[in-house]
Design a protein. Structure first.
Length: 163
């Protein structure tokens, strides 16, 4: 996990401070303040230096990230093992949600393009939260479904231009 990386510093923040960070993202539009504070009990914040690999392609890591500061670049390996940049994501955005949901290995590599602050939600913590707060877990899943749907629509729009 990120905490083991030398270019990563875990930020010791309380749930209200984490909720304030979440409130500045699209998650603040989806969840109430009380729900943001509750979610803050299950997420961890990290400060990441530039050029740090956050997620590696093929890695089995069931964690979703909410980028609250900075920019990351997403790379995908070709059949020839060449890494190609497929997107740059700037805050406030969410990424890595597919592995949280389906438990499959990472489909791409994510590298900090600048100094970043990320909020991470691990699958084990999400499942623990869902047992205690099922309505909140449902709202989070709904939000993730919406994000994935938007991205699929974008990709299908780009794909039609290649055909």
């Amino acid at each position: 996990m990120l905490a083991k990386e030398k270019n990563v510093e875990r930020l010791q923040l309380n749930p209200e401070e984490l909720a304030q960070m979440l409130d500045k993202t699209s998650w603040g539009n989806t969840l109430t303040w009380e729900e943001l504070v509750t979610l803050g009990k299950f997420i961890q914040a990290f400060k990441v230096r530039p050029n740090t690999v956050l997620f590696s392609e093929g890695e089995l890591n069931q964690t979703m990230a909410i980028l609250v500061e900075g920019r990351v670049e997403i790379f995908k390996s070709t059949l020839d093992e060449e890494k190609k940049s497929i997107a740059k994501v700037k805050s406030p955005q969410t990424f890595g949600e597919m592995s949280l949901i389906d438990g499959q290995p990472r489909s791409a590599e994510v590298v900090a393009d600048t100094a970043c602050v990320c909020l991470l939600l691990e699958k084990a913590r999400f499942l623990a939260m869902s047992e205690r707060q099922p309505q909140l877990a449902f709202k989070i899943l709904w939000k993730i479904s919406s994000l994935m749907s938007q991205r699929l629509r974008q990709v299908s729009g780009q794909l039609v231009d290649l055909v």
